[in-house]
Design a protein around this ligand. Structure first.
Ligand code: SAM
Length: 239
């Protein structure tokens, strides 16, 4: 998967994408993350990329032309058109289903706004997807782009090692994952649930499934209601 992040603050992307599992994935060639500075496409001699909003009001607006040129430049470099995702609080709120769908692409352009946002005309012309990472307003799209890169890359073959990829994970079948424990067996007078020490794999699996249901019901009742597995139980045909 190749990501092209169009931003006014490339250092935010370079630093975050260069560390930990993503950094290793890039080093091993499973992903590439290219931070493209929109300012490099300014036609202004002071490299200015924003201006006052027509109609007045607070804040500055990013100009259409540098964004347009940046998108066309990465498409030319990649030798293909790509989905162009604008990170915005006005987009569809990202979820695991959307993440899995984006992961089927070979390359993505992630466009980060700043200030009041970007001139609407270039958005109309180049953007294919509007994505929000939650119902709150950030100062810029960079953290949103990193959230997408991180979540999507987990589905790119080779990015996670066997130990890092779990067979069951939160949000699979709309359920949250069961709780985890590691050594020591007793910590602050709290004991690891005895079933996990029993060595009985069937019992452990049942216990984990039960915890997963309880946890989803109490923490995310909205998910619990949608859970496929719960509906199977209600209809009496759980395998
Ligand atoms: N004036 C815009 C509005 O009300 O919709 C908000 C602009 S925000 C201060 C600056 C930039 O941060 C946006 O252009 C967008 O790229 C990014 N951003 C802010 N909140 C976001 C969110 N929840 N999800 C994704 N990107 C966000």
């Amino acid at each position: 998967m190749n990501y092209y992040v169009l931003t006014l603050f490339p250092e935010m992307i370079q630093q975050a994408a260069g560390a930990s599992i993503l950094g290793r994935a890039a080093k091993n060639g499973f992903i590439t993350v290219e931070a493209v500075n929109i300012r490099d496409f300014s036609a202004n001699k002071h490299m200015r990329v924003d201006d006052y909003p027509y109609g007045g009001g607070a804040g500055m607006v990013m100009e259409a032309e540098p964004v347009y040129r940046a998108v066309r430049a990465v498409e030319e470099k990649a030798g293909r058109t790509m989905r162009v995702v604008y990170l915005t609080p006005q987009g569809r709120v990202l979820n695991q289903t959307m993440v899995e769908e984006f992961a089927r692409e070979e390359a993505l352009v992630l466009l980060c706004g700043h200030y009041e946002g970007i001139d609407e005309r270039v958005l109309e012309e180049v953007v294919t997807d509007y994505v929000s990472i939650g119902d709150y307003v950030l100062t810029g799209g960079e953290l949103g782009a990193m959230v997408m890169i991180d979540a999507i890359s987990r589905f790119v073959p080779g990015v996670l090692s066997n130990e890092e990829s779990s067979q069951f994970e939160s949000l699979q079948d709309n359920l949250l994952e069961y709780p985890h424990y590691t050594r020591p067996e007793i910590w602050h007078d709290r004991q690891v649930p005895p079933v996990l020490l029993s060595g009985d794999h069937k019992k452990i699996e049942e216990w984990r499934h039960q915890k997963s249901l309880e946890r989803t019901k109490s923490r995310r009742p909205d998910l619990f209601r949608r859970s496929y597995r719960v509906s199977c139980i209600w209809h009496g045909d759980e395998r």
